[in-house]
Design a protein around this ligand. Structure first.
Ligand code: CA
Length: 217
């Protein structure tokens, strides 16, 4: 999918980000300081940078200045409005405040890549094709009728592919926090998607938890 540079000096965060981006099929390079980041950007053409602002040696803003041509999502401390404004004015595409959830990062990464990489407005896996711009789903070349909720559920599964998602989380993400129904709603919609897309063995049931869309790169 995409080649992503992760610039973050806190090793556990760097590794967590890397693991999640690799799970959904991206290739990643991890670096831990600003100077190494700058030399990476000069030597290799990346599709996206996930960039922490507070870094040893050169800080995130210096890296941003070097990375003008590369789409960038930067990470700031929660209360740092000036950092956010500065980052966006230096040309960053989006930002996340720490601490953030991996799902939120995956959503931002996908959104930025869709905006900046032509190929990513369409998703293809086996017989299934999704046109994100047109909100259209195809199975073996034929358009598939999906209800709005089926489509949103599909989008969440694809965005978080290879990651186990609980029924409760899926309900929150697709139906919202104030939804009154129960988690069987998810099961019903999953059955429909499995059938419509021939994904009986691709949308895996995760025992006592929920579901995982299994699409190995
Ligand atoms: Ca840092």
């Amino acid at each position: 999918m995409a080649l992503i540079l992760i610039v973050e000096d806190e090793q556990p965060i760097n590794e967590l980000v890397r693991r999640n981006l690799e799970l959904v099929g991206h290739r990643c390079v991890s670096v831990y300081d600003g100077e190494t980041a700058i030399s990476e950007i000069q030597n290799q053409s990346y599709d996206l940078i996930v960039l922490d602002v507070m870094l040893p040696q050169a800080d995130g803003f210096e890296v941003l200045r070097e990375a003008k041509e590369v789409p960038t999502i930067f990470l700031t401390a929660r209360d740092s409005l000036p950092d956010r404004i500065k980052g966006l004015s230096l040309g960053a595409d989006d930002y996340l405040t720490k601490p953030f959830e991996m799902m939120e990062l995956l959503a931002r990464v996908e959104a930025v890549l869709r905006r900046t990489q032509k190929g990513l407005s369409v998703f293809e896996a086996g017989n299934v094709k999704i046109d994100w711009d047109g909100r259209q789903v195809f199975y073996k070349g034929q358009a598939v009728e999906c209800t709005p909720k089926e489509y949103e559920l599909l989008e969440v599964l694809v965005r978080n592919r290879n990651i186990a998602l609980s029924r409760e989380r899926l309900l929150e993400l697709v139906w919202g926090y104030d939804f009154e129904g129960d988690t069987r709603t998810i099961d019903v919609h999953i059955q429909k998607l499995r059938k419509k897309l021939g994904w009986e063995h691709v949308i895996k049931t995760v025992y006592k938890l929920g579901y995982r869309l299994e699409l190995r790169p």
